[in-house]
Design a protein around this ligand. Structure first.
Ligand code: ZN
Ligand code: ZN
Length: 580
């Protein structure tokens, strides 16, 4: 008994510290999770001023009888009201009850509920019950929270602007809708529709409802399993990227979570398919034994710790990498919406789409399109077929782009991006070779370093030597590089060696061999590639085209910039209205 009391005090203190209820979205989270626990399949959220003025949640769940309704917003009422059959939720359930009590203690709450017998309306302000009366008998629960933090001005000032609070609430409902395609969610703000999902039970359709057609038609399906984990869901093609990681939607056993290791695995899988600082949209459902999940790191921040995390991150990384590779396509210059398979099954994005844009002030999806013509026949060139293609150079534009052609259409290449890709794959292949070939330099290069830099560099000496560099000590804190691997082209050694030395030092104590080699390959391949405004002869262009088509991923430079775009003959004809 004593132990339980101590626990509760502790929890109450945490709540007092404002850890559970800190913004409108955290109030919303508690209310909506209640609705889900009550078996609600249609949940409506109405906000006024982003929740600052009012947060209302209306569900069609089982509702409460009068006794439960009166207790719902008081501490220690949890066990009676919530089912606790799910082992995974047990630890957090206590918190849920506490959180409702905490919400009621710092705001005004109106609860209208009915379980099919008697309807009840309860009015609470500052934690005190003001009224309990009969209400209409609609099965389900309706909660209105107003005047948040009216009696705790110190916390009131932590609430953000309407836009920020609304953004947080929107993000939460979007994630929740993606985690529960079987539940219909509606979110309005000041009577304006912001989010709407249909509760169809179909994840891709929910993705369509949240992100729109352009995203849902560019998602790749993920399905994989290991001994302890099963992962299903969708990841976006590299042509659909966002400026932040907010769209990494990860659900473990149906619960929204955040985990940096998983985020990193996803991001690493897209290496060289995208620009740094841009992130894909992912919706991943992870099923696992609940005992492997520790949800108690932070009750509201959704961060989780997992046992066997490496098994999971490896599974995610390998699977996404494979799916991306198998689905690589030449980016079509013209976005083809008319041809997407799902279009017919899905309703066109309605009015709320455009309204959503206004709220989402964050940088938007990048789409590789500049012409709004839909082609009915889209040719899909799979990666392996691309390798046998022959492209013929036509000419160079502004010393920067190469125009090429073949029977299928016209291609535009960014010469630097294309050359960089060729060099990148050439160098990374060399890393894997058993036999190292190196070139002696006529004039060895000398680097004078500070003592600490010198020590750092010499610690990594063998890694460089294994690549074909010959390095010697040369007096105090000075290194001499006498030879370099042959893949480092002549005339480029000077700059590159300096960058390599800098890179080793920059990575310092966090040195990771794989990351180092990847950065090295990216940097050196960029340095050795033709730049913009450089004239190329027909022969040089032809060689570049031949080399590019043989690449594993000819479509991006190693930083994720597109290297080649295609206009099919059909698209050209359509553009000039030769066909209708
Ligand atoms: Zn570059
Ligand atoms: Zn690049």
């Amino acid at each position: 008994m004593t132990k339980i009391r101590v626990m509760s005090e502790n929890l109450a203190n945490k709540i007092a510290a404002g850890e559970v209820v800190e913004k409108c979205a955290s109030v919303l989270k508690e209310l909506v999770e209640n609705s889900l626990d009550a078996g609600g399949t249609n949940i409506k959220v109405n906000l006024i001023s982003g929740g600052l003025k009012e947060i209302s949640v209306i569900d069609n769940g089982v509702g409460m009888d009068r006794e439960d309704a009166c207790l719902a917003f008081y501490r220690h009422a949890t066990s009676k009201i919530y089912k606790d059959d799910d082992l995974y939720f047990i630890e957090t359930l206590g918190f849920r009850g506490e959180a409702l009590a905490s919400i009621a203690s710092v705001s005004e709450v109106e609860l209208i509920t009915c379980n099919g017998e008697v309807g009840t309306r309860v009015h609470i302000k500052g934690g005190e019950t003001l009224e309990v009366e009969d209400a209409p008998a609609r099965i389900g629960t309706e909660i209105h929270v107003t005047n948040i933090f009216y009696n705790t001005p110190a916390r009131l000032k932590y609430l953000k602007s309407e836009v920020t609070e609304l953004n947080n609430c929107t993000q939460f409902i979007e994630k929740l809708a993606l985690s529960r395609p079987d539940v219909a969610f509606t979110l309005t703000n000041n009577d304006r529709l912001v989010v709407k999902s249909s509760g169809s039970g179909n994840l891709l359709k929910t993705i369509h409802e949240i992100y729109g057609l352009n995203v849902s038609s560019n998602m790749l399906e993920i399905k994989c399993a290991s001994d302890d984990f099963e992962v299903t869901g969708f990841v976006s093609k590299p042509s659909i990227l966002k400026k932040n990681r907010n769209h990494f939607n990860i659900f473990i056993n149906g619960r929204i979570v955040r985990n940096n290791d998983i985020n990193r695995a996803i991001n690493d899988a897209y290496n060289t398919y995208k620009h740094e600082g841009f992130y894909p949209i992912t919706v991943l459902n992870i099923c696992t034994d609940p005992t492997l999940v520790d949800v108690n790191i932070h009750p509201t921040k959704q961060e989780v710790k997992l046992s066997k995390i490496e098994e999971l991150t490896d599974l995610i990384y390998q699977t996404i990498k494979k799916v991306l590779y198998n689905n690589l396509l030449v980016p079509d210059a013209i976005l083809d919406e008319a041809n997407s398979d799902i279009k017919d099954n899905f309703i066109e994005p309605s009015v709320y789409e455009s309204k959503k844009e206004e709220i989402n002030t964050k940088p938007e999806v990048i789409v590789q399109t500049f012409l709004d013509i839909g082609a009915e026949t889209k040719e899909v060139i799979k990666n392996e077929e691309f390798k046998s293609l022959k492209l013929y150079p036509v000419g160079q534009v502004h010393g920067t782009y190469i125009i090429a052609e073949n029977e299928d259409g016209m291609f535009i290449l960014d010469q630097h991006a294309a050359h960089e890709r060729v060099n990148y794959e050439m160098i990374t292949k060399q890393f894997k070779e058993e036999k190292i070939s190196f070139t002696d330099m006529l004039v060895p290069m000398k680097f004078e370093l500070s003592t600490s830099d010198y020590n750092l560099f010499m610690d990594r000496k063998d890694i460089l030597e294994n690549l074909g560099f010959v390095i010697e000590e040369f007096g105090i804190n000075t290194v001499l590089i006498k030879s370099h691997p042959t893949w480092l082209k002549e005339n480029y050694e000077g700059d590159n060696l300096k960058y390599i030395v800098d890179l080793v030092i920059e990575m310092g104590k966090n040195f990771n061999k794989d990351k180092f080699l990847d950065s090295l390959a990216k940097m050196v391949s960029c340095k050795m590639s033709v730049k913009a405004n450089e004239h190329l002869s027909m022969e040089e262009m032809e060689k570049l085209l031949d080399d590019l088509v043989k690449c594993d991923n000819p479509y991006n430079c190693c930083h994720g910039r597109p290297s080649i775009m295609k206009f099919t003959n059909y698209e050209l004809e359509k553009m000039f209205r030769r066909v209708l």
